[in-house]
Design a protein around this ligand. Structure first.
Ligand code: 3UK
Length: 530
């Protein structure tokens, strides 16, 4: 029975075509491919998850996913309805996410570091019928639900889910979904306004796993994978969950936030063969390696994404560890990496070449492809492109242009097909791979009594990593001094997310502006380069 149910949902990867064709049956529930398939293929005893608390085999994983799906179904949730998930990286994240999908619900994975007003927006925007939250996050999440314009009917802490799972059945027939049916969402933030729900369908996780996970990184069943980025960030979602699950590999899981210390501890304890991190973390690890040694000998593949990997970090890491970091660019909208370096084919300082299966092009404002060496907007087309932004036709139309996605990134390419990042088309920054809006930092600075005007731009630090820099017009000329800089820095640190405070301040008499009064941040960036 289980075997028949699995067979019906089988993906066909046709390697006779180049790139390999990925074909889906008309009825397709992706939870079968990622979870149940391992049982029917004889991997029940292989370890799927390893964490400080427990080990979970593929057999146990399949049974618990079914239990969780049944537990959710017993709440009366309907096919296609959204369940918000603010769950820390833990085995229960896997049970809830895949259980929801198997039962035909749509999990909406969100950041676990948010405050009540943010969760409130996500609850209202997604119109979710339920919220699953790590018990430690109860205060923020429950406060959000209580003040939201609609209160989700099902508020389930991870403890409550675990209790429901105890009495639930461990067999569940997969909902008869289609490959192009909504499957899960992630949220992505922009320069202004609220985060947007990025809607992905059942097909998409298969495509990223086959194209990048297997095609570029070569992840296999024998690998142990550790990804320092969290599962709510789609880089971590792929690296720390979908790619290893697709391959039947072992995942090393950690609830802590990424830091050099956390990464070294995980690598030395679980000895991963595949490691995912963001450039800022590679930089922090290199600094730490100057004064202490760590055993990184298990790693055979080291991947980087989220922000550009500066060539000096690539080189220093290679000198220290003998491993070449593979930088690649991905996005929440494409779900994962679509241009990447690969072993034996690396151009340091570039994002690499198109991942087979994705088409990319660099265009001008009119949509015409630019010549090699010229800067233009990077567009990407592939089978994992998001269907839309939820309830946001305007943003959807701006970004999802027919089969192409406008990444908002400025790129050049060369005759060999290597693509190199040239900043953003908008003023957004990626700081430690996290979105950072200059407008948000400026608004905060303007709340300070000594600030008349403020403008924020990105500037490279000594490692080549981008951090915010602020230009300030002081209300009183006398305040343009070091003491004010310290005051403003502290003010930003205590009122903004930790990574957003400006690392440099400069006082100016006026800011460059357009005739309509808009700050010309590009002029400040040019000034910065002088
Ligand atoms: C920037 C990069 C230069 C770029 C992501 C891998 O970062 C991811 O997703 P987000 O939606 O942001 C996407 C934007 O981030 N970016 C990402 N990688 C690089 N810039 N070099 C890179 N290697 O502006 C892009 O448009 O948060 C990364 C996999 C999945 C992801 N979601």
């Amino acid at each position: 029975m289980a075997e028949l149910a699995t067979k019906a949902h089988e993906v066909i990867i046709d390697n006779s075509e180049s790139p390999a064709a990925i074909r889906f049956p008309s009825v397709f529930n992706v939870a079968v491919s990622f979870i149940d398939r391992h049982v029917t293929e004889g991997r029940s005893d292989t370890i799927a998850l390893r964490s400080d608390r427990e080990e979970v085999s593929y057999g146990q994983l399949a049974r618990r996913v079914a239990r969780c799906g049944n537990a959710l179904q017993s709440q009366g949730i309907g096919r296609g309805e959204r369940i918000l998930m603010a769950v820390k990286d833990s085995p229960l994240f896997f049970y809830a996410f895949w259980g929801a999908i198997k039962a035909g619900f749509v999990p909406v994975v969100v950041n676990t570091l948010l405050k009540a007003p943010d969760y409130r927006h996500l609850i209202e925007d997604s119109a979710c019928v339920g919220v699953i939250y790590s018990t430690e996050l109860a205060e923020e999440v429950v406060a959000a639900a209580n003040t939201a314009s609609h209160k989700p009917a099902h508020m389930l802490s991870t403890d409550a889910i675990a209790a429901l799972m105890e009495t639930a059945s461990d067999s569940l027939l997969p909902a008869q979904t289609r490959p192009d049916e909504d499957c899960f969402w992630l949220y992505s933030s922009g320069s202004t306004g609220k985060p947007k729900g990025v809607v992905h369908v059942h097909r998409d996780m298969v495509v990223t796993s086959a194209r990048y996970g297997v095609g570029i990184l070569g992840i296999e069943q024998s690998d142990t994978v550790f990804c320092a980025s969290k599962l709510f960030f789609s880089y971590g979602f792929g690296g720390g969950m979908t790619f290893p699950l697709w391959a039947g590999a072992t995942i090393a899981l950690c609830e802590e936030l990424p830091s050099a210390e956390m990464a070294f501890r995980m690598i030395e304890k679980y000895r991963p063969s595949i490691y995912f991190a963001v450039p800022t973390l590679y930089g922090q690890q290199l600094h730490a390696l100057e004064s202490a040694s760590h055993d990184l000998g298990s790693i055979r593949v080291a991947a980087s994404a989220g922000e550009a990997l500066p060539a000096p970090i690539f080189q220093r890491w290679q000198e220290k560890t003998g491993i070449a970091i593979l930088d690649g660019i991905g996005s929440t909208e494409v779900l994962h990496i679509f241009i990447s370096n690969r072993h034996g084919d690396i151009k340091p300082g570039s994002s690499g070449r198109a991942v087979p299966g994705y088409e990319v092009k660099v265009v001008d404002d009119m949509g015409n492809v630019v010549a090699p060496g010229e800067v233009g907007i990077l567009m990407v087309k592939g089978q994992s492109n998001a269907r839309c932004y939820w309830n946001n036709p305007e943003k959807t139309a701006q970004t999802m242009c027919g089969e192409w996605i406008n990444t908002g990134d400025m790129y050049t390419y060369d005759a060999m097909g290597y693509y190199t990042n040239a900043g953003r088309g908008d003023d957004m920054l990626k700081v430690g791979a996290m979105w950072c809006s200059p407008v948000e930092i400026e608004s905060k600075l303007l709340e300070h009594p000594k600030v008349r005007e403020a403008a924020v731009v990105g500037r490279a630090d000594e490692d080549g990593l981008i951090k915010p820099a602020a230009y300030i017009v002081a209300k009183n000329a006398a305040d343009a001094c070091d003491a004010t800089v310290e005051e403003l820095k502290q003010f930003c640190k205590s009122n903004l997310a930790g990574y957003k405070y400006p690392r440099w301040f400069a006082f100016v008499e006026q800011l460059p502006k357009t005739v309509t009064g808009k700050i010309q941040r590009f002029k400040l960036r040019q000034l910065d380069k002088l």
